[in-house]
Design a protein around this ligand. Structure first.
Ligand SMILES: Cc1cc2nc3c(=O)[nH]c(=O)nc-3n(C[C@H](O)[C@H](O)[C@H](O)COP(=O)(O)OP(=O)(O)OC[C@H]3O[C@@H](n4cnc5c(N)ncnc54)[C@H](O)[C@@H]3O)c2cc1C
Length: 469
């Protein structure tokens, strides 16, 4: 009897699955399919998970079907656009992945300077296409990151001081909610959902389309200047002050890392600890030269590759980090001050990096991002001047412990100085850390929105906000 029931159930399930697959405009990929391994892979190779089903959605209807199918069968769901979740949230063991990476549509209305974009486009692709109109939207500093994940968490990149966070350019979002409805969220329609989506991540549904404000962005003054690590403490202190006081047009980041073997870096420096200062001046190029000059004179550079370039060319600076499948460990924090103790600790620890992919990134924020009221969106930490991110990357899983330890030890030493965290730079760190990404008021309001739009916490493989009790 048990066997007969099982057979009937599995046949029924198989028929339902075939019917589901037949209705999809996109693809259904299952274990055993030729594409399965590629379809389950994400940026962070530390997450080697085996989903039961991957739905590569072709359009919004596919997304509605996938959400409905998963809900009716009690399957847990992972949602993925560009696959760059540091916490591996874009893949899942045994559940259903809604993969939006082939939903890459973009249309630009140059008159209104408004773009409508699907979540699977990368920010590098977006920048390249928008630049054809001389336009850009503030996004991140890495071209391979997906529109979907970044645009729901914040968006801190090359234009953040000039044009604010990505969420500050969001005009509307189309979202498929857990009950399979398609809602538009904007200042006029479902405004509370719109507030929550701008910082609350994937908690409220699957975003299938974003409407974004574009800005005219001509050639920028961009690139990097590299200094030897000797004297790095004074250099970073001076950098921190200059970068914070700079005009909004100038957004920068300092990276402590081993010098990469790039042709413009002298061969004898390759592998040595250096400080790279990356710059983007979005404005008049002569003003830019004047604004950037002090950052090029902080010491005797070993390489200086700053010059005028189209805005999308900036993404080449960080392209190395885009390699998919390597293991990564990440910890991030905002800092209120750039204390001597912080610099001593991070520079001392950097001497013992375990991998050429290790780095400490110091982003200097402020500018337009800081002028938006903290409660205007669900992104609470607009007042934080600095963001410090510790990253390690490696290939061989056998050495994971050592590479993780490098990040964890530095994180533990710096933790007392931390003042909140950017939700999109969180790894899988637990509920207390998710709360650190928000103020108590913001978290409470997000929990209320979660109750209104996803009361069963169907979308929970994310930096999860629990529905208000
Ligand atoms: C190498 C690297 C560089 C980065 N650089 C920057 C940077 O410069 N600036 C910055 O701000 N951030 C940066 N990030 C962080 C980045 O913003 C987040 O990791 C973001 O979530 C990635 O988006 P994704 O679509 O590529 O990732 P995914 O893994 O596809 O998505 C991450 C999560 O977002 C949610 N999500 C994604 N798409 C949707 C959708 N359409 N609807 C609903 N929920 C969705 C899901 O919960 C998903 O698990 C970087 C990350 C990496 C790994």
């Amino acid at each position: 009897m048990a066997t007969a029931t099982t057979t009937w159930e599995s046949t029924h399930a198989d028929t339902a699955l075939r019917a589901f697959a037949a209705r999809l405009g996109g693809e259904l990929i299952r274990p055993g399919d030729a594409e399965y391994d590629a379809a389950r892979a994400v940026w962070n190779g530390a997450y080697d998970r085996r989903p039961a089903l991957v739905v590569r959605a072709a359009d919004t209807i596919d997304v509605i079907r996938a959400v409905t199918f998963a809900r009716e069968r009690g399957l847990a769901v992972a949602v993925r656009s560009g696959g760059h979740s540091m916490a591996g949230h874009g893949t899942i063991d045994g559940g259903l992945v809604i993969d939006l990476s082939t939903m890459k549509g973009l249309s630009v209305d140059p008159e209104r300077r408004v773009a409508r974009v699907q979540p699977g486009l990368t920010w590098g692709e977006y920048a390249g296409q928008a630049q054809a109109y001389g336009l850009a939207t503030s996004s991140g500093d890495m071209g391979s990151v997906g529109v979907g994940g970044l645009a729901l968490g914040g968006g801190i990149g090359w234009l953040v001081r000039k044009h604010g966070l990505t969420i500050d350019s969001l005009l509307s979002v189309d979202v498929v909610t857990a009950d399979g409805r398609l809602l538009t969220a904007s200042a006029d329609e479902n405004p509370e959902l719109f507030w929550a989506l701008r910082g609350g991540g994937g908690n409220f549904g699957v975003a299938t389309s974003f409407e974004l404000q574009l800005q005219p962005v001509g050639p920028v003054l961009g690139g990097a200047v590299f200094y030897p690590a000797a004297g790095a403490k004074d250099l970073l202190q001076a950098y921190g002050c200059l970068a914070l006081e700079a005009r909004d047009e100038l957004t920068t980041m300092a990276i402590v890392m081993q010098a990469p073997p790039l042709p413009f870096i002298p061969a004898e420096q390759h592998g040595r600890l250096v400080v790279a200062i990356l710059v983007c001046y979005a404005g008049d190029l002569e003003d830019g030269q004047r604004a950037v000059a002090p950052l090029r004179a902080l010491g005797a550079p070993i390489a200086d590759v700053i010059g005028p370039m189209p805005y999308p060319a900036l993404f080449a600076l960080t392209a190395e980090g885009a390699v998919k499948g390597q293991h990564h460990a990440v910890r991030s924090m905002y800092l209120q001050h750039l204390d001597e103790a912080v610099l001593d600790t991070l520079l001392d620890h950097s001497q013992r990096m375990t991998s050429p992919l290790g780095m400490v990134q110091l982003r200097v924020l402020g500018g337009a991002m800081a002028r938006v009221p903290a409660d205007a969106t669900a992104f609470a930490h607009r007042d934080k001047p600095y963001m410090l991110t510790l990253v390690n990357g490696w290939q061989d899983a056998a050495h994971s412990e050592r590479h993780h330890a490098w990040v964890e030890q530095l994180w533990t030493a710096l933790r007392p100085h931390a003042s909140g965290v950017y939700v999109n730079f969180l790894a899988d760190e637990g509920e207390a850390r998710i709360r650190e990404a928000y103020s108590p008021d913001t978290y409470q309001r997000l929990a209320a929105a979660k109750k209104a739009y996803d009361p069963t916490n169907f979308f929970r493989l994310n930096q999860n906000i629990k529905p208000l009790a």
